[in-house]
Design a protein around this ligand. Structure first.
Ligand code: SF4
Length: 261
C-alpha cells in the first residue's frame, strides 16, 4: 500500500489544504502527499504553464503533468509542450484518444462531425478529450487544473479545492480532489507572473492583429481568434454563436465534474 492510498479524500483534508494560501506551496504539499497520484492537467494556456513553473520553483522537480492530445491540436501546442519539457526537464504525458473509438466515429459521421450539431460536437469532444482525460483520472487522487473564475460564469462557480465523484472505467465511483490553485487570479495576474518568471507561452496567445487574438485554445478548426468586442469563448465552435452563450460552450472536461454530496 502506497502512502497516498492511506490518505482519505474528505472535508477534513480540504480544510487542512485550504490553510495553504500560496498556490505553489499548495501544489507542493499535494505532490508530497500524493506523489504520482497527483497531476497537473494542462492544455498549454496561460494558467497551466504558470502552474508548472510555480510548483517547480517550490523544489518539486518532477511534478506529474499531462495534456490531452486530441490529435487535432495546433502545431504551436505541440511546440509549447516540447519547450516546457525541455525548459523544466520534465516529461509531459500525452493522453490520446482510443484509436478504435475515433475510427468508428469518423466512419459513421465523417471527419468534420463537429459542424453538424451541438450533440455531435460533444460526441467528438467525448471521444477525443473527455474519455482520454478520464483514463488519466483513473490513476489520480488529485487533479490540478488551470481554470480561472474570470473565464466564464460557469467557471466562476468552481471552488479552489473541492471533492468530486469520479466514475472509473470499471464503473466504480470514488472521490477525487479537484484543485484549481489560480481560480481567483485574473488573466492579467497570470500574464504578469509569466512575464516576471520568463515562462514559455503558447505562440498563438501572443499574436494580435487589428484587435483579433486567441483567448482560448482547443483543436484546430474548432478554435478561431476573437475580435475586440467578442466574448472570451466566442472563438470556440464559432458556428454555434447564434444559438449558444459562452457558458454553454464547453468540451465537457469540467462539466462532468460531479460534486460529492
Ligand atoms: S474541439 Fe472539435 S475536434 Fe476537438 S474534440 Fe472537440 S469537437 Fe472534436
Amino acid at each position: 500500500m502506497t502512502m497516498s492510498e492511506t490518505i482519505k479524500i474528505d472535508q477534513e483534508l480540504v480544510h487542512k489544504l485550504e490553510k495553504i494560501p500560496d498556490p505553489g506551496e499548495l501544489m507542493a504539499e499535494l505532490f508530497r502527499m500524493f506523489g504520482e497520484r497527483a497531476a497537473i492537467g494542462t492544455s498549454g494556456q496561460w494558467t497551466g504553464v504558470a502552474l508548472i513553473d510555480m510548483v517547480i520553483r517550490t523544489g518539486i522537480s518532477k511534478p506529474r503533468v499531462y495534456t490531452v492530445d486530441t490529435l487535432r491540436l495546433f502545431p504551436e501546442t505541440y511546440e509549447l509542450i516540447h519547450e516546457l519539457e525541455k525548459k523544466y526537464n520534465i516529461n509531459i504525458e500525452k493522453a490520446t484518444p482510443d484509436f478504435e473509438a475515433v475510427s468508428k466515429m469518423v466512419r459513421e459521421h465523417g471527419e468534420m462531425i463537429f459542424f453538424d450539431s451541438k450533440a455531435k460536437q460533444e460526441y467528438c469532444c467525448k471521444i477525443r478529450k473527455v474519455d482520454p482525460n478520464n483514463k488519466v483520472l483513473d490513476t489520480l487522487d488529485v487533479w490540478i487544473t488551470g481554470l480561472r473564475a474570470d473565464q466564464s460564469d460557469a467557471r466562476s462557480q468552481i471552488k479552489r479545492i473541492e471533492i468530486i465523484q469520479h466514475t472509473q472505467q470499471d464503473g466504480k465511483e470514488r472521490p477525487l480532489l479537484k484543485v484549481t490553485p489560480l481560480i481567483a487570479w485574473t488573466e492579467e495576474d497570470v500574464k504578469d507572473y509569466i512575464k516576471a518568471h520568463n515562462v514559455p507561452v503558447h505562440k498563438l496567445l501572443e499574436i494580435e492583429r487589428d484587435g483579433w487574438h486567441y483567448s482560448s485554445l482547443g483543436c484546430i478548426i474548432c478554435t478561431t481568434p476573437i475580435g475586440a468586442h467578442e466574448t472570451r469563448r466566442a472563438g470556440r465552435w464559432r458556428w454555434f454563436n447564434h444559438q449558444l452563450k459562452d457558458d454553454q460552450k464547453e468540451c465537457g472536461l469540467h462539466l462532468l465534474s460531479k460534486k460529492k454530496s
